[in-house]
Design a protein around this ligand. Sequence first.
Ligand code: CDP
Ligand code: CDP
Length: 226
Amino acid sequence: MRKNLVVAIDGYSSCGKSTLAKALAKKLGFIYIDSGAMYRAVTLYFIRNQVDMTDTEAVKDALQHIELNFHSRDYQSHITLNGEEVSEEIRQMPVSENVSEVAANKFVRKDMVKQQQRMGKSKNIVMDGRDIGTTVFPDAQVKFFMTADPKIRAERRFKELQSKGDTTTTMEDVFENIAHRDFLDTTRAESPLTRAEDAVILDNTEITEQEQLDFAIEQVKLHFPE
Ligand code: CDP
Ligand code: CDP
């Protein structure tokens, strides 16, 4: 199979993008890249270092001090921030509460998009996020736009947090966070979340993970050369 094949998966928060992306990457033998983890890791750095988002020079300077790296184990993607493994910490609420503000910043986006495009060079990848099919890889061979009922999404994310020992975040907190991020992600000026014209819509409100994977594989078969 040739190199440079890209599967782009975009969609709202917590609707199963990374679950599908990981399963698809495993099935196809592609590399999985979680672009949301990059915005989350930048947000963690900004929180820890109290970077003032209204100060353009401070933002630009902070970006110069951030080095992100992915390493993959069993198709689970792990991210390091300046050498420190932060995969768990970036999923917690303080980051979720601030990430969409950080991700709306044009200097942050420019920097992340450049890194993401570099990662896609000469490799076959599955990347999920908000602007992958529209901005990062507009020429991706296969694009999915995922969606699901907001209440179901909040329930799924809530269960995840509980299984990781979070006993303070309520279901309402999760629902509000998801709704707030969806609002910011779809209305921001810099590459807002929107469906690429050639993206296939996948609503997984009532389908299982296996069913969504089967559907995605069928689509991939239509677009990729053997
Ligand atoms: O997994 P979840 O749906 O909670 O979000 P994520 O994929 O980890 O992304 C976290 C946040 O990063 C999103 O709410 C967006 O604000 C931002 N993001 C983005 O702007 N562009 C991307 N390509 C990926 C994430
Ligand atoms: O990456 P994103 O934020 O879009 O969502 P995720 O972290 O992949 O998925 C959120 C939760 O939905 C996970 O706990 C999945 O197991 C679950 N789920 C799914 O991804 N797909 C379904 N068809 C049903 C449940």
